[in-house]
Design a protein around this ligand. Structure first.
Ligand code: SF4
Length: 393
């Protein structure tokens, strides 16, 4: 009898992504924010490179929440609590099915168990979606026509005249006397601490909002009076802007798109990682391509690992089953010998079955309570057998 398919899928050796990379046709405000963190991540993602680490269950629920709000804005939900709730449960169930079919994430299903505050998120998301569904019903019929793009309402598509920058605005509200308000809904926190401990809207969100303002003006010939980030709790936070800020960001986005596409066109895909990568603890910690990313490894190794994701990469010394039936993987990293005890046995880490002394391996998304404490497995911990070449950029 062969191995279960989902085991085999997670047992193959990870190489630096070698898919043929194609240029990006356009850029959205969200993509531009992501490119500012790391262009390699975006180019790999947009070219369909498979993720090598799990998506966090909370992010899955956030995606379901955003989808619910989008459907409400598109007028696809009946404006009743029952229909919004039913749709929420369908979306979470769809996410559960997707997770169960993903070898890296199947142990995280169902989301009801792996996201402790899912009920809080449900209440907030469905409440907001119901508001939007009600507003969406009262949007004047002529502006909801699909013949010409609507200039206000929900889910308003916008693009630059050269079509290089495009996106969809969550909500455009037109108020007599105050002018147009552009809103963007966020399922997580919308603020960050600036130097000096002042709370401000997250910088990537500020960039996105300003780009939406510029695109809106380009499409409809009218500048918004204000920009607002709206959280699921109903918190609203204004984003200050000037027209010049917005126009400069659109120019910057187009120049960035051109620079990336030139790199993709003029270099073989295998030489692109060091050209496009911008490794940093902030960018790499959320990146699902770390196991295949040489520039990340080099940067994290050079900078001493502090603040970087808790990953251990090295040569396998041994794989042992412990008395408590958990597994222990011992790796030599070049400077240290590292034991990683407490790894789940069975199909949680299929790659463990395939490792032998001398192989290269990586254990990603570990945790520990303090720098000198032993590593332990988190819900997102993933083991991969690695090809030697992924260790160099
Ligand atoms: S691991 Fe870091 S450097 Fe590599 S693609 Fe991801 S974000 Fe970029």
């Amino acid at each position: 009898m062969g191995l279960p398919r989902h085991w085999a899928a997670n047992m193959s050796t990870v190489k630096e992504h070698s898919v043929f990379l194609k240029p990006l046709r356009s850029i959205s405000p969200t993509t531009f924010s992501a490119i500012k963190k790391c262009a390699l991540n975006v180019v790999w993602r947009r070219n369909g490179s498979p993720p090598l680490l799990p998506t966090s269950p909370k992010a899955r629920v956030g995606t379901a929440a955003h989808k619910l709000l989008a459907e409400a804005g598109q007028g696809r939900l009946k404006a009743t609590a029952d229909s919004v709730n039913t749709r929420w449960h369908e979306l979470v169930e769809e996410a559960d099915v997707a997770i169960s079919r993903t070898p890296l994430e199947r142990h995280l299903a169902p989301l009801d168990s792996s996201v402790p505050d899912i009920e809080v998120l449900r209440i907030r998301a469905t409440r907001k979606a119901l508001d939007i569904a009600c507003e969406s019903q009262t949007t004047p019929r002529k502006d909801r026509s699909h013949v010409t793009p609507p200039s206000y309402g929900h889910e308003i598509p916008v693009q630059s005249t050269d079509r290089l920058v495009r996106g969809t605005i969550d909500a455009v509200i037109r108020k007599d006397g105050t002018g147009i308000i552009i809103q963007d809904y966020k399922s997580g926190s919308i603020v960050e601490l600036e130097d000096g401990n002042e709370v401000q809207p997250k910088k990537p969100y500020q960039t996105q909002m300003k780009m939406y303002a510029g695109l809106y003006a380009e499409n409809f010939g009218e500048w918004p009076a204000s920009l607002e980030l709206v959280s699921l709790t109903g918190e609203r936070l204004g984003v200050p802007f000037t027209k010049n800020d917005c126009l400069n960001l659109l120019d910057e986005a187009k120049a960035t798109l051109k620079r990336i596409n030139e790199a993709v066109e003029y270099h073989p895909s295998s030489s692109l990682p060091p050209i496009l990568a911008s490794p940093s603890p902030e960018a790499c910690i959320f990146c699902q391509f770390r196991p295949a990313c040489g520039p990340y490894r080099l940067a994290a190794a050079k900078q001493g690992k502090e603040h970087w994701p808790l990953d251990v990469i090295g040569t396998v010394e041994s794989v042992r089953r412990l008395g408590n039936s958990r597994m222990m993987l011992s790796l030599t990293t070049g400077t240290d010998s590292v034991n990683i005890p407490g790894l789940s046995p069975g199909d949680r880490h299929p790659a463990l079955l395939n490792l032998k002394p001398g192989d290269m391996a990586g254990v990603f998304n570990l945790r520990r309570s303090r720098p000198s404490a032993p590593y332990s497995e988190s819900r997102l911990t993933t083991v991969h057998k690695l090809e030697q070449s992924t260790l160099s950029a």
